[in-house]
Design a protein around this ligand. Sequence first.
Ligand SMILES: Cc1ncc(C[n+]2csc(CCOP(=O)(O)OP(=O)(O)O)c2C)c(N)n1
Length: 659
Amino acid sequence: MNSPEDEKRINAIRMLSIDAVQKANSGHPGLPLGAAAMGYTLWTRHLRFNAADPRWVNRDRFVLSAGHGSMLLYSLIYLTGLGLTLDDLKNFRQLGSKTPGHSEAHVTPGVEVTTGPLGQGFANAVGLAIAEAHLGATYNRAQKIVDHYTYCIASDGDLMEGVASEAASLAGHLKLGKLVVLYDDNQVSLAASTDVTFTEDRVGRFAAYGWHTQTVDRDNGNDVMEIDAALAAAKADPRPSFIAVRTTLGYGSPRANTFAAHGEPLGPDNVKKTKEFFGWPLEPDFYVPDDVLAWWRDAGRPGAALEDAWKKDYTEWKTAEPQLAAQFERTQAAALPLKLSWPSFNKDNGAVATRDSAGTAMNAIAAELPELIGGSADLDPSTKTYLKGFGDFQPGEYAGRNIHFGVREHAMGGIANGLTAHGGIMPFTATFFNFLDYMKPSVRLAALNKSKVIFVFTHDSVFLGEDGPTHQPIEQLATLRATPYMTTIRPADAVEVVAAWKFALEHGGPVALVLTRQKVPFLGEREAPVARGAYVLSGDAEPDLILIATGSEVSLALDASIILQAQAIKTRVVSMPSMECFAAQDEAYRDSVLPPAVRARVSIEAASTFGWQRWVGDRGISIGLDRFGASAPAAAIAKAFGFTAQDVAATASRLFASV
Ligand SMILES: Cc1ncc(C[n+]2csc(CCOP(=O)(O)OP(=O)(O)O)c2C)c(N)n1
């Protein structure tokens, strides 16, 4: 039985949540009503944070994976004084408010990661826990500078999504003992009871992943003592912990335990009945008794003493380890080192696949950039992204910088978002470009949140050859280019690769590096202004025809231009490694690269032509692939699909003659 004081404090969460949903006339009251007691117990008895300094480096991290229950989180942030006001709650779901429908980290103080697409938050939490383990192993000495827990509340929907299974499997293998997941086991989802969808033994599933598991089921998951004891046991166990809390969706409302409680306002009548059930005053809305609010604000305060004690340790540590501390402070501030030893390439290197030159580039700077950690989805011999000499991130070897994500692209994306959200880490991921589709939801959230993640994608076109159309990307470039805030770079040779990596390090958001499997020629020593998106690579100062190409097709364009010049067509070749960067340039620069009055423009890219019309204009032509590829050697594919210099030149000169 909870004390009357506990009950009032829990009810403050519930009442704020249902009032906000009702005022917005939209939202999800069911989860906050059912999960308020676990939110209360976790935030007031376990979570270490300082309300006066929400960004304290060594705070515990909290993830509400079920982002639709955002009012639970907003109520907790308001009550503890972490950063929201009552007016913010009253503006729930309104334009420009700090309280969007699903929690967005870049909008709301106190929100660690952006959640809403189910399962993502779970993977983010695994990423946060990996970050903690890695930074702890790297920086802790006599003093523990990074030493905190990561907590997550996950719902049925979260656990139904495959991404959570992938992440949970990896977390179990990695023995991430400071990760604690509270499962809001209410057995009701959006459209039905889980009887019709989700009947496996969830606790058994997590036990099989190697997690420590517990079940909490007294009083509809509302028993503070029981939750408290489970959290204490979870923290004491060296494995990641899963606590199934048997709750009631919409607890205390007339819609309790029905899917109607999940995602629509209760309605004024039901709000009234719910307040009566909890013995809460019916008026005014958003009411929290002064003594209850004062208690909550104090609950958010012990963190100040925790942070003070940490600062004392930090000062001692900094004195003992000045170099390490300088590195820690630089990486926490997301500043780059003053010097990075980029490799240089010249014609003696011959033809090099861009996956290889990229692997060389990232390895060349790895020692100077300790914050760069990541890995591939079981593909690093192919993606060339292994950081040689920097160890594997494995149980008990958390200082390793190579994370073996296994064949789990989706979790890899979600984990990378968690790694970057932690701070102090610049994560990279790697897989075949075609498998972007397996991680797209996480890539999209990186973009939405402007999270700094470097996504390496290799095997970037049909020219990967014999593996065939199941592996050959077609629409992936268009997909990434259509994603706001995403920067996609497809470099043409080793020089552009180095410039692309530089851009990725300096850029404040996610970058996709799209790289070849096959060798590409060296296109000459030069300054390649990749950050400008496109530039004149060769050809006439006053051209009549412009060939615009990306990646492996740039050398093809150069070859075709020689044929065209021989036909007395004044031809320019433009390399366009990044459409997004080029679109961001001023008009004068864009016009200098692509003079508007030029007679004809042709784009060449072995991928969907979608999106190219902007650059070739109404009179232009796009040579691309608006079909799936084929299983064959690369040379045969080039011939069959018209990607030879002769074919390109013929198409271009036909166009030239017709305009
Ligand atoms: C990837 C994804 N698919 C679908 C949805 C839409 N959706 C939101 S909540 C939900 C299921 C709700 O069930 P549960 O996770 O148990 O949450 P509860 O009903 O307990 O609030 C669905 C399907 C979503 N947010 N994300």
